[in-house]
Ligand binder design. Structure first.
Ligand SMILES: CC/C=C\CCC/C=C/C(=O)SCCNC(=O)CCNC(=O)[C@H](O)C(C)(C)COP(=O)(O)OP(=O)(O)OC[C@H]1O[C@@H](n2cnc3c(N)ncnc32)[C@H](O)[C@@H]1OP(=O)(O)O
Length: 305
């Protein structure tokens, strides 16, 4: 319990035991055209991450803008973590909405070009950046809501699974899931743990083996997402949801969150070095490089048709 309390105290970078008024200045538009209120401030933009913090509500919106498909490259993940750290340190921010500034895709997952034909040193840095990003989001004391406005395979799904609540656009063309086996690669244990914590043992057993991508209705049915909304209600619903969560005193919520997530985080932290070695060794294999190359060709060929 003492370590949970320590972890929670560390995570409690946002203000504790305070409650914001439920004053909301939410927009009815989707993320890319989100109309920020005059109280929006601390807007910061890196080349791939756009952040807007509304000082009235304490809600920050973090938008991915890494065209064409928000793939999680080393650069993207580095910029993500820098922007994230800034928000973590900002006491006026109590919650973060993760969404995409691009149409039709939340995130295409890990950038395959960072894994294909790159040096072991590059892949080491790449994997460390992913671990870092996950530890920050999954272990955050803030409330984190995923506003999933498009496809969200593999690493994109992990990003959503690391949040406290997932809202997805109700559209059968948008798919989400841990589809790594379809690429001939294996999602690491902590991807699987996050999925299992969310949808249960049997569903994750099926899901990771078959590499299933679920459409939005299927994702809701198995509990992979918590709510479906029409596209034009995504950001307003995410903001309203966040403000409801704000009614819970931060400190109690943060300790509870840390308690529930501790085992999964500790397991990853304990296996962190081995996980990097495993990734680099695995992706060094000719057979894996071949699978990745073929998958990239398939993606490009699909477009050409
Ligand atoms: C021991 C552990 C070892 C390994 C573990 C590794 C864990 C891996 C986790 C991952 O996340 S792997 C990545 C998995 N991602 C996918 O399978 C998604 C692939 N992409 C798609 O399905 C689609 O692109 C889409 C996201 C549904 C979007 O479709 P759309 O039709 O809008 O775009 P299009 O397919 O034409 O793609 C545009 C452009 O983007 C390139 N692309 C797509 N995905 C990726 C990616 N993940 N990484 C790098 N590049 C990607 C695609 O090739 C096109 O490029 P082009 O314009 O140059 O042709």
């Amino acid at each position: 319990m003492a370590s949970v309390l320590r972890q929670a105290a560390r995570l409690a970078s946002s203000r504790c035991l305070t409650q914001l008024s439920a004053a909301s200045s939410t927009s009815r538009l989707g993320a890319s055209s989100y109309n920020f209120s005059p109280s929006s401030r601390n807007a910061s933009t890196s080349s791939t991450i756009k952040v807007q913090l509304d000082s009235n509500t304490g809600v920050a919106i973090m938008m991915f803008q890494n065209p064409p498909v928000n793939s999680m490259s080393l650069d993207f993940m580095t910029e993500f973590v820098i922007a994230w750290d800034k928000l973590e340190l900002d006491k006026s921010c109590r919650g973060i909405i993760l969404t995409s500034a691009l149409p039709n895709v939340f995130s295409a997952g890990l950038d395959i070009m960072d894994m294909y034909g790159t040096t072991p040193e590059h892949r080491t840095a790449f994997w460390k950046a992913l671990q870092e990003l996950w530890l920050k989001v999954y272990g955050s004391g803030k409330i984190v809501v995923a506003a999933i406005n498009g496809a969200s395979p593999a690493g994109g799904c992990l990003m959503a699974l690391s949040c406290d609540y997932r809202i997805m656009i109700d559209n059968p063309k948008y798919k989400i899931g841990i589809n790594e086996t379809k690429l001939g690669i294996v999602a690491p244990f902590w991807f699987k743990d996050c999925l299992e914590n969310t949808v249960g043992y049997r569903m994750s057993e099926m899901s990771v083996q078959y590499g299933i991508l679920y459409n939005s209705a299927e994702a809701l049915k198995i509990g992979l997402v918590d709510q479906l909304v029409p596209e034009d209600k995504l950001i307003s619903t995410a903001t309203e949801t966040m403000i409801k969560w704000f009614a819970i005193p931060d400190y109690a919520r943060q300790i509870s969150k840390a308690m529930v997530r501790k085992a999964t985080m500790d397991k990853m932290l304990a296996g962190r070095e081995a996980d990097i070695t495993n990734f680099v060794t695995f992706t060094n294999k000719d057979s894996i490089q071949k699978s990745l190359g073929m998958y990239m060709e398939m993606l490009k060929g699909r477009k050409a048709k």
